[in-house]
Design a protein around this ligand. Structure first.
Ligand code: NIG
Ligand code: FE
Length: 443
């Protein structure tokens, strides 16, 4: 690994420039540079702008590094992006990608008319995955998690948020978070961890949800915090799962213990999750299919990022969240996959672009900001990733096309040719040697 790269001659450099979430009209601006370049040194962006200017900076750096006996640093990888569009790496700010087993049959049940919540009520859904995740060994979870991260990387994702929540007991919640910590170390994608111990009510806890919340607060959360296993705490605040009051209790305690807050809010029923997110100063509230007008306004005012997950609405055949209305209300809006084994089993960023632009009345420009700088803000990292700005991590994608318009236009197909993470090329569609199983083209 080198960490030094020079990208030059990009026909379109989409910087998404900024160090905080974009709101309302700001989301329409991509801060584009034509004939753009980026210089990355030791994994960090040192120059960004017109190719000519970046080249001047590059040659100054080369001169500075010449110490008489040779070059003190590794030579950068030089990428000629002529005819290509370059953007910040995508940030998938809401996933549940570490889990055991699959629930393919549930998808068929849903096609026959059963709802997600009905399946959950009769002991299926999340509880099913909990059983499999409890059984799964660490190695197995690391192996399957790594495969999913590889898939995300091919779509241009350079940072992902991952949640626990398929343990619902001390040991398995910790196991899931430890697996994510390991994956963060061994995989090019950065993994940001969220503790979601209150993700479902196991049959034994029906009617005793308060006791379950107490258990999470007193027996699990302190371990998570002590071992620095998560940065965020999340809860499934939903009718027939955890109430507003239970959510307030758990999240207030999480805040006291030093965790930042997220909520699965107002997904199936309008419970007031958006309002609660604003009240508690959550970093993001996610789903929001049923969020009220007031909840959306409260979030805009409190600076809570609205993270929309159109893949889930699509997969569950639920109405989409009101993305257009939220942006018009000045609410910082992010998009994410929600990758999980039940309600939305996909790592596909192109699918999210397609759904957001074609069904949610979100423009391509807004969708790109929603998957970069605003997604970074949804995991409290707008100061270090999510845009191509000096001082930020050298995470970017190079498309095989000259402009960002090709992203939703090539429907459901990834337009990403190369992915650069901290200055290293970590995915290259053109390079067969990067495939784990390369198949000879001509037999
Ligand atoms: O975000 N809504 C709750 N949690 C996940 C689904 C998890 C699952 O079904 O396994 C979600 O959709
Ligand atoms: Fe989720």
């Amino acid at each position: 690994m080198n960490g030094n790269a020079l990208i030059k001659n990009a026909s379109q450099l989409v910087t998404c420039s900024g160090f905080r979430a974009k709101q309302g009209k700001e989301m329409s601006d991509l801060h584009i540079v034509t004939d753009g370049g980026v210089l990355i040194e030791d994994g960090v962006i040192k120059a960004v702008g017109k190719t000519d200017d970046v080249l001047v900076r590059f040659s100054e750096d080369v001169m500075n590094r010449f110490d008489g006996s040779g070059f003190s640093k590794k030579a950068p990888v030089i990428i000629d992006a002529t005819g290509k569009c370059v953007l910040p790496g995508f940030v998938d700010s809401h996933t549940h990608f570490v889990f055991g087993g699959y629930r393919a049959e549930e998808f068929s049940w849903r096609l026959r008319g059963e709802s997600y919540m009905e399946i959950m009520k009769r002991g299926g859904g999340i509880v099913n995955t909990v059983k499999e995740t409890r059984k799964a060994g660490r190695e197995e979870l690391i192996r399957s998690g790594k495969k999913r991260l590889d898939s995300m990387l091919s779509f241009g994702v350079t940072t992902v948020e991952g949640k626990s929540g398929y343990g619902l007991d001390h040991d398995t919640e910790i196991k899931q978070l430890e697996v994510m910590r390991k994956l963060d170390k061994v995989h090019p994608i950065d993994v940001v961890r969220t503790f979601l111990g209150a993700h479902a009510v196991l049959p034994g806890y029906k009617g005793k949800e308060d006791a379950f919340i107490d258990y999470m607060i007193h027996a699990v959360m302190p371990r998570v915090v002590e071992q620095n296993l998560a940065e965020f705490c999340d809860i499934f605040c939903e009718k027939n799962v955890f109430s507003i009051q239970q959510s307030r209790q758990l999240l207030s305690e999480a805040k006291k213990q030093g965790l930042k807050l997220k909520l699965h809010a107002d997904e199936m029923a309008q419970l007031g999750g958006a309002e609660l997110a604003a009240e508690l100063g959550a970093v993001s509230a996610d789903h929001l299919l049923q969020a009220s007008d007031k909840g959306i306004r409260d979030m805009a005012e409190a600076g809570v990022v609205a993270t929309l997950l159109p893949g889930t609405a699509f997969s569950l055949k639920e109405p989409y969240a009101r993305g257009r209305f939220m942006i018009d209300q000045n609410c910082a809006t992010a998009l994410a996959t929600d990758m999980n084994p039940g309600s939305c089993f996909t790592e596909s960023i192109p699918l999210i672009f397609a759904l957001a632009t074609l069904y949610m009345d979100i423009s391509t420009e807004e969708a790109i900001n929603a998957l970069t700088i605003n997604a970074a803000a949804a995991i409290d990292r707008a100061d270090t990733i999510g845009s191509l700005d000096i001082g930020k991590s050298g995470d970017l994608v190079i498309l095989e096309f000259p402009s960002y318009h090709y992203i939703p236009y090539h429907i459901g197909v990834s337009a990403v040719e190369k992915v650069v993470k901290k200055g290293d090329v970590v995915f290259d569609k053109e390079d067969d040697s990067m495939d784990s199983e390369s198949v000879p083209f001509l037999l």
